[in-house]
Design a protein around this ligand. Sequence first.
Ligand code: HEC
Length: 106
Amino acid sequence: MAARRMDLILAMFVALGGLSLARAEPPVAPAPPAEAAPVEPGLALIQGRCVGCHEVGFILQTRRSATEWGDIVSEMVGRGADLTDDEAAQVRTYLEKNWSTPAKAP
Ligand code: HEC
């Protein structure tokens, strides 16, 4: 009897484990490797001013919507990224142009 109850408990664990695996979805917007980032002035700014706190690879690991990039750049300036308004705009434009999620079909 006790053994059967253990089987039942085991089966529940397996089922729950299966469920949580099924929920582990792939990245929403996988990005190309950071090395593939087009060499434009915005990239130099990212390489120069955004890497005090985390690596370029961390920034470029996910594509994001243009709106998200705008919010993130503002947030990072708030956190202390050393960018003038013009430079922040360049970084935002660079990320929007090269690293955003494809525009949604209308
Ligand atoms: C003063 C330190 C600092 C600088 C400089 C900085 N960041 Fe960040 N960044 C952070 C911190 C702290 C986080 C939050 C990490 C976390 O949530 O685990 C973060 C998170 C991020 C994230 C992930 C946000 C998310 O919600 O997934 C991105 C993308 C990012 N930074 C981009 C940038 C870019 C682009 C720049 C340059 C314009 C920059 N960061 C400069 C501190 C900084």
